[in-house]
Design a protein. Sequence first.
Length: 189
Amino acid sequence: MFWNYVNVNGSFIMPQPVLLCSLKYMKRYVPLPCHSYHSIKFMYIQAAKEKEVTPSEAADAKIKDDVEEFFNVKNLDKAEVYFSTLHSQYHHSLVNRLTSSAVESKEPDAKLVADLFTRAKSKGLCSPDAFEEGLTPTAEMIEDIVIDAPKAWTLFATMVNGAELDEEHRTRLASKCTDSDKLLGLLLS
């Protein structure tokens, strides 16, 4: 409480108590232009279209999740679904991701991928051309991979054998390698 001395015409009057109150800010809503239901719905549709994912991006995300799940769960029955639910034009990407993950891993993982490839081949879930296309990037880089993972040649051969490629596909795949004779030797043994 403060005392206020009121000065009227030069004379002082009795002090009057003055209460100072703290100001409380009230929430204020800024009025927005009124939108109809349809215009709001249109804005949401436009926003969704801007964030739309292409089919290849969706397939890549699904493949990434599937491969991560495969190496965590290690269930071949569940892994068959990866091929059947994925559009056939993306099978080579799944093969590539599985192969590149297993070639730098250990032998049990490569054997698991080989078993999956064998199942996929026997049930017609993946074509030999898709296997070849998916295995090609690893074949092209196998000599660089061997520097960090010395067993890469053997692991890669295990997975290629699991795909049960015919002679023509194996030869074409081996030709992508700098040391094609070594890969062919491992595939025939």
